[in-house]
Design a protein around this ligand. Sequence first.
Ligand SMILES: *[C@@H]1O[C@H](CO)[C@@H](O)[C@H](O)[C@H]1NC(C)=O
Ligand SMILES: *[C@@H]1O[C@H](CO)[C@@H](O)[C@H](O)[C@H]1NC(C)=O
Ligand SMILES: *[C@@H]1O[C@H](CO)[C@@H](O)[C@H](O)[C@H]1NC(C)=O
Ligand SMILES: *[C@@H]1O[C@H](CO)[C@@H](O)[C@H](O)[C@H]1NC(C)=O
Length: 410
Amino acid sequence: MLRKSAVFAALAAASVANAQGEYLGFNYGASKANFGPVKVYEDFKEEFLIAQNLTGTEYKFTSARLYTMIQGPSKDDPISAIKAAIDTNTTLLLGMWCSAGQDIVTNEINAVLKAINLYGSRFTNLVVGLSVGSEDLYRSSEMGIQNESGIGAQPAELVKYIGQVRRALAGTPLKSVPIGHVDTWTVWVNGSNSAVVDALDWIGFDAYPYFQNTMSNTIDQAPQLFWEAYENTIKATGKEVWITETGWPVQGKNMNLAKANSKDAKQYWDQIGCAIFGKYKTWWYMLRDADPVAPETEFGIVGADLKPYYDLSCKNAKPVARPLSTSTAASSTARPSSTGASSRTIGSNSAPGTFAVETTAPTSTGAPAGAPAGAAQTTGSNNTPSSAFSIRVTVGLVAANAIAIAFLLL
Ligand SMILES: *[C@@H]1O[C@H](CO)[C@@H](O)[C@H](O)[C@H]1NC(C)=O
Ligand SMILES: *[C@@H]1O[C@H](CO)[C@@H](O)[C@H](O)[C@H]1NC(C)=O
Ligand SMILES: *[C@@H]1O[C@H](CO)[C@@H](O)[C@H](O)[C@H]1NC(C)=O
Ligand SMILES: *[C@@H]1O[C@H](CO)[C@@H](O)[C@H](O)[C@H]1NC(C)=O
C-alpha cells in the first residue's frame, strides 16, 4: 500500500540521489598533535581555509566533520570550529563523543543547544547532519577489544543517546537534522547492531583498505575492498550511506600487503577519491595530521608546509567507480525505515546543505592529534585495522575533557 508519505519519500529520495555529492570535505580532530593542546578558533579557521584553497584539485573541500561539540577544556561550551565554520562558509557534519558515559553525552547535547542560542541560523544553516558517536561499536566489538582500541559503547547505549538527541533538538531549528552514527563498515554488516541502524536516518561508513590486514590488500586491490565494504553496508542497513572516513597514509608501517607511501596514497586518491568526490557525500581522512612532523601513520594530504604530498588533480586519474551491476541505486537507496526516520532524513536533506568543507586532526605518534595519552598508547601498540580505527576515533576525543580522557586511559 502506497501511502502519501511513501510517495513523498520516493520523490524525495530521487532528489537526494541527485544531491549525493553535495558535501565534500575532511575530518577534523579537536586537538593539535597527540596529547597536544586543544584547537582553538584560529586553528580551525586556518584549516578550513587551507582545505578550501588546496592546490591542484578541481574540487572544493568545504565541509567539516567534527568528533565532538565541546570546546576543551570547558564543560559544555560549543567547539570553536563552529564559529570558524560560520566565518569561512564551511558546512558541518556535527559529531558527539558517546563512549565516555551519560554525563559527557549530556554535555555534548548542551553544547549544541548553546551553539543554537549563540549563533542561530548562521550555525544551523551550515549543519548537514549529526553523528551520535564515532566508532563506538567497533571499539566494543570483539575485534576492537582484541586490538585494545579503547572504551566503546554498546548498541543499547547508542540507541538511548540517539533518542536523547532527537528529543533535545525537537523544539529547535535543528529538529529535522539527519541523525546518523559513524562506524567502521565491519559494524554495519554485523546484525547484532541492527537496533542502532533502525534508530538512524543515515549510516556513516568508515573504510580503510590499508588496515584490512587479514585480507589481500595491495593498493591495486584497495578499490575492490572499498566498494565491497560499501555495497555490503548498503545491503545490510538499507539506509543512505555517507562516506565519513576513508584515506590512505603517506607514511606508516606495512599492513599485510598495504604499504604507506605517497605513491600509493596518490593512487588511492585517484582511484577512490576521484570516483567519489562530487558524487557521494564524502569526508576524507584527512587534511593534515596533528603532528605533520613526526606522525607514526600519516594520513594527511598536506604536510607541515601546507603543500600537498602528491598531485591532487583528478584530470589524469583512473577512478574506479562503484561496480556497474549494483550502482544504479546509488548510495541513496534509502529503504523506508521501520522507525519512520527516513522521511525525516529525506525531508531535511535538501534543506540545510548547499555546500561542504572538511577538517581533520593531525597525529604525531599514530594516535589522532590531541588524542588523550591512553589513546596514543593503544594506537601505538599495534598496527591492526582496529587500532587504526581507534586512532581516528580518539581524534574526536581530543576535544573532549578530562573525564573522557580518563575513560580512554582505562
Ligand atoms: C588562497 O591562496 C592564495 C594564494 O596563496 C591566497 O592569496 C589566498 O588568500 C588564499 N585564500 C584563502 C581563503 O586562504
Ligand atoms: C557484533 O556486534 C556486537 C554488538 O555490538 C558485538 O558485541 C560483537 O562483538 C560483534 N561481533 C563481531 C564479530 O565483531
Ligand atoms: C585486530 O583485529 C584483527 C581482526 O581480528 C586481527 O587481524 C589483528 O591481529 C588484531 N590486532 C591485534 C593487535 O590484536
Ligand atoms: C557559501 O557557500 C555556498 C555554497 O557554495 C554558496 O552558495 C554561498 O553563496 C556561500 N556564501 C557566502 C557568504 O560566501
